[in-house]
Design a protein around this ligand. Sequence first.
Ligand code: ATP
Length: 369
Amino acid sequence: MASLSLKNICKVYPNGFEAVKDFNLEVEDKEFIIFVGPSGCGKSTTLRMIAGLEEISSGELIIDGKLMNDVEPKDRDIAMVFQNYALYPHMTVFDNMAFGLKLRKVPKDEIKAKVEEAARILDLEKLLDRKPKALSGGQRQRVAMGRAIVRNPKVFLMDEPLSNLDAKLRVQMRSEISSLHNRLGATIIYVTHDQTEAMTLGTRIVVLKDGVIMQVDSPQKLYNEPNNLFVAGFIGSPQMNFVDAEVVAEGSGAALKFADFKVTLPSEKAKKLVDGGYVGKTVVMGIRPEDIYDDADSLEKFSESIVSSEVTGYELLGAEVLLYYTIAGANMTARVNSDTPARYGDQVKLALDVSKIHVFDKETEQTIT
Ligand code: ATP
């Protein structure tokens, strides 16, 4: 398989629009890299530059030590799977998978062996004689994957390959792609809008905004230690709560004040704010819904960080409940145990786990702690 190196890659479209700005990324052999970010942030453009379907305006694309900028797409040894995986309707599954190899004049018995091997991996063996219209969405998607696999490429590029499938099939295909990655030991770069896909499939996630990389990290690190306000808000669902707060000195430590509430910070977080000269300034406090509690034990444990508000929404998820409320003009969500007695209209007390509080600089939006 393959390693990739993207160095200072930029894309300026003919109309002058800068879609990708100074993109730097080292992809190791067998990595599963995910590109996420809002619509229009440059995910597909970057993928298409790697595939050779879009010219690289400046910078270097290196695959296995070889400069690829001017290499034809067909000579890059890359397979791409798109969301609209357009199979040839008049061809059988076998012929759809064999098509690319036939074009390359691969010997017939070799084609047969490769298609059969891919069919075995994708559990399509019994469907090889069918036409696409006689397949389910998930089976068609697997045929599209099969077309890529038979080529045994160095790198797989996948652009929202599951976006046309219904929720149940997506979950099924997600785990199939994951085991495919393990079995093939392939290097994969995968674009998605879907949080769960990104978090469950990726060995590393690249978060993009306006053509600029915001952070590259493992799913867990992105979730627990976002570099900035954007990543904190983008990764996680329901998203992290944010509220403007004033930093006040408290003994040798610090607390965050907002509305009528004051939250005392643990010493190492307080130190960062004091040392950074934030006392007296407004910052953005962030806390994830699952780090807010309403049970008696937590209210006692986190007695230095309690807020209260009226419940403006109640959503039962099963084992958990989402409580919606407003603090200092900010809409907040708490994800609490479903045995909560809180209901719409109730005044509730909520305890914030202070060790999980994030603080961001209001101007630069960078993480302070
Ligand atoms: P989505 O999630 O909506 O597919 P994306 O992150 O994949 O979005 P791209 O398709 O890479 O985004 O587009 C990045 C930006 O470049 C967008 O603002 C888009 O409008 C712009 N763009 C794409 N193609 C062209 C083009 N041919 N000419 C000019 N601008 C373009």
